[in-house]
Design a protein around this ligand. Structure first.
Ligand SMILES: Nc1ncnc2c1ncn2[C@@H]1O[C@H](COP(=O)(O)OP(=O)(O)OP(=O)(O)O)[C@@H](O)[C@H]1O
Length: 258
């Protein structure tokens, strides 16, 4: 079976800094995959290059066997994206936003309306469907963003920190929808810092550190008998100097004068 995502030597520089240093990311089709790594590891930059939002300085990326930069239309037809800091059309209502997105994707109006209604119901947004997006909360924005990314039934869904700022009830809703999506053979790739969540949801994990993939494979192989959190800390060097020698001033108070 074709991999859902395959990159070879993917590279991005920002001036003298190498943000992504030749990444070979592989995600088998049908996976619920987690992309994890410390702040600044290069996760967002990698996802942006794979989804055609940022041009790489080197290497290649394929989605469902289609080259992202040579065949962008085939790739864009197959992917759904919930990017970091998603910008939405704020002056549309949630329902209008979904219908507009669906029409842009070329889905017939009656089908878009039906799908939009179902997605709003599943995301628990029916009561807010006619409210302007500008008035949505952080969690509601994530949910309407995910609904927009699912509307055209993509085969691969990319989510950058989908659970950040989302309350546990909404996180549960998002999780249910994503599990239904992968159960039907589609692929989800999401970046996260929350190891417990990745461990609970994912069957495939790629670990990035300082622009490199430092481990990748089935969850059980990457964990290697440890918790994912422990494996992560060992892989990215979390036990290195934690600055215990500094910060002597922190928490110290001058003695009260006698
Ligand atoms: N537009 C930019 N200009 C300059 N440097 C950038 C730019 N975008 C990202 N970087 C740098 O590239 C590196 C990788 O950033 P990236 O956002 O991909 O990391 P990340 O793994 O997604 O981090 P986080 O978990 O904090 O979101 C960082 O050092 C960051 O400072």
């Amino acid at each position: 079976m074709t991999d859902a995502v395959r990159t070879e030597g993917l590279l991005k520089r920002y001036g003298p800094q190498i943000a992504v240093a030749g990444v070979d990311l592989v995600v088998p089709a049908g996976s619920f995959a987690g992309l994890v790594g410390p702040n600044g590891a290069g996760k967002t930059t990698t996802l942006s290059m794979i989804t055609g939002l940022l041009r790489p300085d080197g290497g290649s990326a394929e989605v469902d066997g289609f080259h992202v930069w040579r065949d962008p239309i085939a790739v864009k037809a197959r992917i759904g994206v919930l990017p970091e800091g998603l910008r939405l059309f704020e002056r549309l209502s949630g329902r209008e936003l979904l219908i507009y997105n669906g029409r842009l994707r070329g889905i017939p109006k009656a089908d878009v309306e039906e799908r939009a209604g179902e997605l709003l119901a599943v995301m628990d947004l029916t009561d807010a469907a006619d409210k302007l997006v500008v008035d949505y909360s952080t969690g509601m924005r994530k949910k309407i963003g995910l609904a927009a990314a699912l509307l055209h039934n993509p085969s691969v869904l990319f989510l950058d920190e989908p659970f950040e700022g989302v309350d546990p009830v909404s996180a549960n809703t998002l999780t249910d929808v994503l599990q239904r999506f992968t159960a039907s053979g589609s692929t989800v790739i999401f970046s996260s810092h929350v190891m417990e969540l990745v461990e609970r949801l994912c069957d495939w994990v790629s670990v990035m550190s300082a622009g490199h993939i430092v481990a990748q494979g089935a969850l059980a192989d990457v964990r290697g008998g440890r918790s994912l959190n422990q494996a992560f800390l060992e892989l990215v060097g979390g036990s290195r100097d934690n600055g215990e020698g500094g910060l002597t001033w922190l928490g110290s108070r001058p003695r009260e004068s006698q």
